[in-house]
Design a protein around this ligand. Sequence first.
Ligand code: TXA
Ligand code: MG
Length: 348
Amino acid sequence: MNTIIEDMRSGVDEEGIARAGDILKHGGLVAFPTETVYGLGADALDAQAAARIYAAKGRPSDNPLIVHIADWDALDYIVEEIPEEARLLADAFWPGPLTMIFKKSEVVPLATTGGLQTVAVRMPVNEVARAMIRAGGGYIAAPSANTSGRPSPTKASHVMDDMDGIIEMIIDGGDVEIGLESTIVDLTEDTPMILRPGYINEEMLEKVVGSVKIDPAVSGADTKARPKAPGMRYRHYAPRADLIIVEGAQEAVREKINELVQEAAACGKVPGIIGTDESRDLYQGGLVKSIGSRADELTIAQHLYSILREFDDSDISVIYSESFETPNMGLAIMNRLIKAAGHQIIKV
Ligand code: TXA
Ligand code: MG
């Protein structure tokens, strides 16, 4: 298949959006930018189109998809009821990087929800995404647009690496703003529960709906806890190299990493390091990549997945990473990093 690339880096192109809408309405697949990560879209109300998403990604069919809408009025049709908390959270955070879980209505096929009676819904803020959703019929199922088991794509070139020749179209909207997938909140129980941490954190949610719980599996502290979001159960991404997180006071972490790098090099390994703008010059060996600045934690979130992809394209066989318990997005960043490291953490 020849994958069409539509360039919308400088904004919505109506003709390109019409072509995307046409593909979606005929059961095809279009990858598109959102503020979190690139999504792989198909008509959420068409079971066959949803099935194509699973095939293109190599995704287990019990891992449900998020349905993307562009307008609040679209919600009613796909859910059984809209709890009061959902109205409040939508007022505060939609459009934006928040996904909410509802009881699904009959129109949503089980192929889209991975067999569940609930449906995850998100309204992205990205204008290209919203124009495409409307053109595609208003309900677009979209997981992250990576091959299952690879890091989520944060730029169009990542999508091309994984999906070229497999899907009908890729819309290039430039680099994403946030770089980590949306926060998922389950509203089907008495107290709202965070199933996946993201840019919208616990404190922001609590300001709107009072008490919020966090799925105990999220922090990574308890490796036996079973996450409630099916997708969070999979080892999302394992880099080709062994990834080890070093956690502790920043200076002690640097010393430990320097020591580990020397040891690894002595055994003939090629070590890599994930540091920051502040620390990168303080390492004495190894291939150092800066993930961003501790003074601006969003830069750390933005670069996490692309840095992991870059290491996969290099000969590095072991990677030592600083840990990033930053004030607002720390839980989300560390949730992804700890999974990528397969829970290998050295505390100093
Ligand atoms: O930011 C995002 O949410 C991106 C962009 C494209 O919007 N999408 C995304 O989709 O991250 P995906 O498929 O990579 O992750 C969806 C997550 C999975 O962990 C899945 O198990 C969970 O949402 N999920 C979906 N529906 C669910 C449901 N009904 N109940 C519990 N978890 C659900
Ligand atoms: Mg994903």
